[in-house]
Write a protein of this length. Structure first.
Length: 181
């Protein structure tokens, strides 16, 4: 008889992001998640005290991945214009092991529309994104903060369009904004 490998906390979180993207926040409960993983609810409760703790852990992962993506761009590029271009292209394009190649941005934003705690988290991450974009724009000689909001909105929206792995439209937007200096 072969035994199933033990599920980790990361397995549950990865499954949660897939469930959120496919079925919405109502799928983020112990029983539907256990069915997805073909296991018992006991495994869920081994890793998480309750469903709210699980959902908070998911948001922790989403926030950490989103902010890691921002800081890595800043550290890799030499000048403000290059950082702005990369940041515009990648501000909502991230995914670590827990996100398992899923980009949960759209699903988390949809969840935030009906859950004030999630909305608070999204607002926090967006404020950090906007501050970073605005700082890079100012460093590049562009002082209108509306451009930061437009770049963020375009980045979020482009992910929902077909061929969403194409960064050319975002590069074109950054080039247009940079030409305003």
């Amino acid at each position: 008889m072969t035994s199933k490998p033990r599920l980790s906390k990361a397995d549950w979180l990865k499954t949660g992001f897939a469930a959120l993207a496919e079925d919405g926040p109502n799928a983020l409960k112990a029983e539907p998640l256990a069915r997805r993983l073909k296991t018992t609810k006991g495994s869920f409760y081994w890793h998480f005290a309750d469903v709210p703790a699980y959902q908070a852990a998911m948001l922790d992962v989403w926030e950490a991945e989103a902010l890691t993506a921002l800081t890595s761009v800043i550290e890799e590029e030499a000048n403000a214009a290059a950082r702005l271009r990369r940041l515009g292209e990648e501000v909502t394009d991230y995914g670590g092991e827990a996100l398992a190649d899923a980009n949960p941005e759209h699903a988390v934003r949809a969840w935030a529309k009906d859950d004030p705690k999630v909305a608070e988290r999204v607002a926090k991450v967006d404020a950090l994104r906007l501050d970073l974009l605005d700082g890079l724009l100012r460093e590049s000689g562009i002082s209108n903060p509306d451009w930061a909001r437009l770049i963020l909105a375009a980045s979020v929206g482009l992910k929902d369009l077909p061929a969403n792995d194409d960064t050319a439209p975002m590069g074109s937007l950054i080039d247009l904004v940079m030409s305003l200096r």
